[in-house]
Design a binder for this molecule. Sequence first.
Ligand code: G4P
Length: 526
Amino acid sequence: MTRKQEIERRRTFAIISHPDAGKTTLTEKLLLFGGAIQIAGAVKSNKIKKTATSDFLEIEKQRGISVATSVMGFEYKGKKINILDTPGHQDFAEDTYRTLTAVDSVIVVIDVAKGVEAQTEKLAEVCRMRNTPVIVFINKLDREGKDAFELLDEVEEKLKIKVRPMSWPIGMGERFKGVYNLYENNLSLFSGSDKQRKEETVDISDVNDPQVDKLVGAQAAKTLHEEVELVEGVYEPLDLKDYLDAKVAPVFFGSALNMFGVREMLDCFINIAPSPRGMETEERAIDPMDEKFSGFVFKIHANIDPNHRNRIAFLRVTSGTFERNKGYNHVRLGKTLRFSSPTSFMAQKKEVIDDAYPGDIVGLPDPGNFKIGDALSDGEPLHFKGIPSFAPEMFRYIENADPMKTKQLRQGIDMLMDEGVAQLFTRKINGRQIVGCVGALQFEVIQHRLEHEYNAKCRYEAVSLHKACWISAEDDKELDKFVDMKLNYLAEDKDGRLVFLADSAWALQMAQEQYPKIQFHFKSEF
Ligand code: G4P
């Protein structure tokens, strides 16, 4: 196979959803299709969401498991599929945002009864920022839920994307008979006992085929006719370009738990989902077909073994071919690094690989060289764009609780911040350090990990802050004036950039009004 063919057959994506919509179940079913696992129940995703906040052991266990399921690669109908896992717990949302920088498309899972939930909305916003193509899977049709038209309206409104149904449900809950596949012109019938439901597909000439009445009953067939007529009247046929430009989302209906409607979606997905797309860097646009190697780190995972501080940096290959033992330029450090045991994640097994192509995710054993966003290249100084940190909304002062372990604490905090667990701000006025997170669970994770991995102790003190946002100004004098006036409310982030600490929404608004020449940024990238 040529390099071009290798790249074109890759599909790298993430499944996103609000917790409990069925992401883990769907992932598992996809892996079953790919033969990557043999039995249901094998994917124990990083379901930290069901864990009590204080249950550290459980968190640790989950973190360990999630290394294995961070990337799941498998082959299906000649395509190489890479699913990137995203944490379910909303306190780890930032992790998910970053993972979304490494995918070419997403599948959004929506619970038919709950509709579009908060977390899904937020994640879809990140996809919108990046023009990531979206396929929607409406799940749990074996249960009662919202009307299909109502749901589609909700998706259009809340996810701010047009939709195009690719299948149409026939009833739901107890009356769920199956789906009509609009683009294949066949019926997938939902039958069998509660536990052992089987999918049977029947080809029909069109929805008015008299077979439909026989197969699903006259009443359901009548409703189906009416609804399909409406669908065809209301929704434009799928335009592939619009899907790839993230303007329209194809929608499937099914039940992941019953493996129903999943094959249809997967078959459509491998045909229409994009192969590895180009990436933007500050220097130039990167084409995956470029011969020269490049890649960036989007996630760092600490090893759970407290005796070994080794981490795994997850690198997305963006161009060229990654080769084992070849020297690559670590752009930020200006150092050449070689990797003797890079790993890939095929069929849930971690294995050492010799090479990898654009779209692939490589696990690099890392003694502490990497931080999120770092680039590796053939020598060219590249800086990837679009791997932002978000303005955190939860803050605590972090203090050393064991003066004998100052060095360990500093080192531990540094490493955790490089991993992107949280952000650290140093107050200009007194040098006190503030940890900012997107979710409260992070504070406990930090405290626990400092103790167990770095042998250091910290304690937190309350600090009343509403938001920390990055500031800049065209005119240095304006910035100096602002710094003079607001010194009490200023800090530096880890890279020495100025951050405004607003203690209330009102204070932020006032500062914005009083200093119109200062720009306030809610993402680290501006
Ligand atoms: P998540 O990763 O998005 O958080 O969701 P997950 O797959 O864990 O699914 C959440 C719950 O919804 C699970 O039940 C799962 O079995 C159920 N589920 C997923 N797909 C379907 C479906 O198509 N129909 C129905 N009826 N249920 C579905 P649970 O009881 O919370 O967990 P478990 O004990 O079954 O693992």
